[in-house]
Design a protein around this ligand. Structure first.
Ligand SMILES: C[S@@+](CC[C@H](N)C(=O)[O-])C[C@H]1O[C@@H](n2cnc3c(N)ncnc32)[C@H](O)[C@@H]1O
Length: 255
């Protein structure tokens, strides 16, 4: 690319403590955990694979119910935070630093999930497919996988070119201006993240993600072996519609 959106693995530099504090601590993690336990059919003592786990915000409440968690994330600091929280919670959760394009759970799990845009980050479909392949490989036969992805149809319909976010810290306020532009011929969403730190320093990051519609996700999931692909529109299990808050694909590894 020649527009400043290089082909490097942008996720290796975007995800830091500011992004975690702005986007990964949330109110609905308990409800999301209950939704996943129900949707994946997990009993206490079952194992679940959290692919692109971040700081473990979703899987730690699952572990608190007796589900055993294995997570992976490429950001070592997020993994450290997740393991520290797991130790404090005294629950069965192990989080590993690693590349989700390659990492497989050490032992096959009863269920798995990739939540909140950990997927679709490479411009190359073949590479994104590899991540789904590692989720498939991490499951026991019959295990279900939930993929929470951007609701692309709604995102494009309600497109917002710039959003601002503010984070209060002891040393002052961090301002984030996120500018977005769809590249429709390429099926990409290009974003420029400008962070203004409390001392006035500006830090700029760029990201590029694929814009997959539900049918594209279903095709990719089936191409790595998943079957029974269905969609939900939210953690209250509502159907997927143009207005639903999320786009969640649920698929099964055949027995
Ligand atoms: C938006 S965050 C979501 C984190 C977590 N699933 C949650 O919902 O709180 C996306 C995460 O994907 C991770 N990620 C992106 N690409 C990855 C890769 N190739 N391998 C491992 N982790 C990756 C990032 O480090 C980040 O923590």
């Amino acid at each position: 690319m020649t527009d400043g959106f290089g082909d490097q693995d942008w996720w290796q530099t975007l995800y830091d403590d500011i992004v975690a504090d702005l986007f990964l601590s949330r109110q609905d993690s308990g409800q999301t955990a209950r939704f996943l336990i129900h949707t994946l059919g997990l009993e206490p003592g079952a194992t679940v694979f959290d692919q692109c786990c971040g700081t473990g915000t979703i899987s730690l409440p699952m572990a608190a119910t007796g589900v055993r968690v294995v997570g992976v994330d490429q950001c070592e600091e997020y993994v450290r935070r997740a393991n520290e929280a797991a130790a404090g919670q005294k629950c069965g959760a192990d989080f590993f630093p690693g590349d989700a394009f390659a990492f497989m759970a050490p032992n096959p799990c009863d269920g798995g999930f990739n939540w909140n845009t950990g997927f679709g980050n490479d411009s190359d479909d073949g590479r994104n497919r590899e991540m789904l392949g590692r989720a498939f490989d991490s499951l026991l036969p019959g295990g279900r996988f939930a993929l929470d992805y951007q609701h692309v149809a709604r995102l494009l319909r309600d497109f917002q070119h710039a959003l601002t976010y503010r984070l209060s810290r002891p040393d002052g306020e961090v301002l984030l201006i996120r500018e977005s532009e769809p590249d429709l011929p390429a099926g990409l969403l290009k974003q420029v993240w400008t962070f203004v730190l409390p001392d006035g320093t500006r830090r700029v990051r760029r990201s590029v993600v694929r814009l997959y519609l539900p049918a594209d996700l279903a095709r990719l999931l089936r191409s790595v072996g998943f079957t029974d692909v269905t969609f939900l529109g939210g953690i209250d299990s509502q159907p997927l519609t143009l207005n639903s808050p999320r786009c969640i694909a649920v698929a099964r590894r055949p027995t």
